[in-house]
Design a protein around this ligand. Structure first.
Ligand code: CU
Length: 112
């Protein structure tokens, strides 16, 4: 009987965790493929700022498709090293931003 409860619990949790795993897998596998040939290339995206974490130097952006990287529209985190960019990275705002891949993460370099 205990086993049945565990299985039911696992089934209940599975759809949610699977959705997250697929989203991450889609994001990262698609992104990594494009980055191998030219790691320092600057890409440009347009999106809405979902949230900012100034202390961690992170911003979450729901960006539109980025054709140059073959990315679909998605919500994802970017690193922000230049803290002055947080003047323009404001939650709810639509921004045009430039970013580069650095050490397996994507770093925002400029915001318009
Ligand atoms: Cu993305």
């Amino acid at each position: 009987m205990k086993h049945l409860v565990i299985i039911l619990a696992a089934l209940a949790l599975f759809p949610a965790s699977n959705a997250f795993a697929q989203h991450d897998g889609m994001d990262m596998s698609g992104m990594d493929m494009g980055g191998t040939s030219n790691k320092t290339a600057t890409s440009e995206g347009v999106g809405i700022v979902d949230s900012v974490d100034k202390a961690k130097g992170m911003v979450t952006i729901s960006h539109e498709p980025i054709a140059s990287l073959n990315w679909p529209a998605m919500t994802m985190d970017f690193a922000v090293e230049d803290k002055t960019l947080f003047n323009k990275l404001v939650a709810g705002k639509k921004v045009k931003f430039q970013f580069v891949k650095q050490g397996g993460r994507y770093v925002v370099k400029a915001v318009k």
